[in-house]
Design a protein around this ligand. Structure first.
Ligand code: NDP
Ligand code: 2IT
Length: 448
């Protein structure tokens, strides 16, 4: 059996009941065959792949907190510090009822390669909690965040591990987490990114993942003789990534016509009104049905089991920006039948492996999340740089750097795919380019 297959079997055996982690590892290992097979004995002797798929630390903790009725609630906290070969652990915190150790590991594993692709010195990590922020008061959110940080603080630091936001964790949560860290540690340091602008946050971090997704998509289209301008775009999600993807798509002359949340989806053939969407999601924290109520051109569709939602709409470009495995083979078939040209992932692993293969077989340009959504963490690394030099850069400076990083990522993954004989396979290109830097750093640092 090849070394790659051996290690995949090892991962499945050692990590039972963690299907998302298996899926993330499978995608990477399959791409790495061309690299590993050529030097199989050397990699096997060093157990490089076993080390790569085993987190350096996995931290699990209890998070008790008191709700508004005086009832004590208990949640589970997670932080997976996956790989620090090229820099301090870096990656978001997710607060969602579906979070468990396997989800944290899949996200932490992907983060290793994504962070490597940014070209910046950041290792891979991820964490969060099965806490559900929906319907909670501000006081409950604060109580939860303070309790969460009261455990997490001993494991993180500006040069150790720097968490940030993800699903269910935005500016409000980062503020409460930062305040509690500072209070316990008595240290004012860049221990979290995505901070508010009055206390060490970076301009353009809020926009960075969505904007970065569009900068990469634009470069992809341009290098393949096309342009965002005039394109109809289907977007899923209605959170941080989706909102700023929609905003930048419009600035580049595209027409995003859909968005979605966990209860339903919007089709707005006149183009999404992004200011209205921000008001509903960022200010009121309300459901998407309010969007349709406020806008004549929009249709609202309640989410039904087995229904394919935004992916049934005819579009040229699809940008999944909600959550993992939200775009399956049936969705891919519908998109291809409707003539989609490009699919770029704003979310982490939103496309199933079968759907990805279907796009590739049907010559749809497909860029996975490790490359396409790397703008968020890249700008987090820029926030870390600003914190270290105790300076703040202008919006234009940060945005300019973000654009350059996304253009570089596109060319790096494109070149890696060409160099390893799989031109146009941007998934393989990203996995290979991300891996090579981490593997070299791991080798140089000995058996650790
Ligand atoms: P938000 O919490 O701001 O928004 C998430 C959106 O996705 C919401 O509209 C939410 O709907 C929807 N959603 C989440 N889970 C589900 C689900 N299980 N079923 C249906 N809809 C769901 O998160 P972000 O926008 O920050 O994150 C979106 C994706 O992008 C995630 O995969 C995240 O890992 C990834 N990402 C985020 C980055 C960042 O900087 N924030 C960087 C790189 C990737 P509802 O509100 O109803 O739950
Ligand atoms: O998935 C991701 O890259 C993020 N949620 C952002 C991580 C970060 O550290 O900014």
């Amino acid at each position: 059996m090849s070394y790659v297959d051996e290690v995949y079997e090892y991962v499945v055996a050692k990590n039972p009941a963690q299907p998302e982690f298996h899926q993330a590892v499978k995608e990477v290992l399959d791409s790495l065959r061309v690299v590993i097979d050529a030097n199989e004995d050397e990699y096997r002797k060093d157990a490089l792949l076993e080390r790569l798929v085993t987190p350096e630390h996995q931290i699990l903790f209890r998070v008790p907190w008191v709700d508004d009725k005086g009832q004590v609630q208990v949640n589970n906290g997670f932080r997976v510090q996956f790989n620090s070969a090229i820099g301090p652990y870096k990656g978001g915190l997710r607060f969602h009822p579906s979070v468990n150790l396997g989800i944290s590991k899949f996200l932490g594993f992907e983060q290793i390669f994504k962070n490597s692709l940014t070209g910046l010195p950041i290792g891979g990590g991820k964490g969060g909690s099965d806490f559900d922020p929906k319907g909670k008061s501000d006081r409950e959110i604060m109580a939860f965040c303070q309790s969460f940080m009261t455990e997490l603080f001993r494991h993180i630091g500006a040069d150790t591990d720097v968490p940030a936001g993800d699903i269910g964790v935005g500016g409000r949560e980062i503020g409460y987490l930062f305040g509690q860290f500072k209070r316990i540690r008595d240290s004012y340091e860049g221990v979290l990114t995505g901070k508010g602008l009055t206390y060490g946050g970076s301009l353009a971090r809020t926009q960075a993942t969505g904007y970065g997704l569009l900068y990469l998509t634009q470069e992809l289209l341009k290098c393949n003789g096309s342009d965002i301008k005039g394109k109809t775009i289907a977007v899923s999600g209605a959170g941080n990534v989706a909102i700023y993807a929609i905003e930048k798509a419009q600035q580049l002359g595209g027409k995003p016509v859909t968005c979605s949340d966990s209860t339903g989806w919007i089709y707005d053939p006149e183009g999404i009104d992004v200011e209205l969407l921000k008001e509903i999601k960022e200010v009121k924290r309300a459901r998407l049905s309010e969007y349709a109520a406020a806008r004549k051109s929009a249709e609202y569709h309640e989410k039904k089991n087995g229904e394919h939602g935004v992916w049934t709409v005819k579009c040229d470009v699809a940008l999944p920006c909600a959550t993992q495995n939200e775009l399956d083979l049936e969705d891919a078939k519908a998109l291809v039948a409707n003539g989609v040209q490009a699919v770029c992932e704003g979310a982490n692993m939103p496309t199933t492996i079968e759907a990805t293969e279907y796009f590739q077989q049907n010559k749809v340009m497909f860029v996975g999340g490790k490359a396409a959504n790397a703008g968020g963490v890249a700008t987090s690394a820029l926030e870390m740089s600003q914190n270290s030099e105790r300076l703040s850069w202008t919006f234009e400076e940060v945005d300019q750097k973000l654009q350059q990083i996304m253009v570089n990522i596109y060319h790096n993954i494109d070149n890696a795919a060409k160099q390893y004989g799989c031109e146009g396979n941007y998934v393989a290109g990203a996995n290979i380019a991300g891996f090579l830097k981490v593997a070299e750093a791991m080798k140089a640092q000995g058996i650790v």
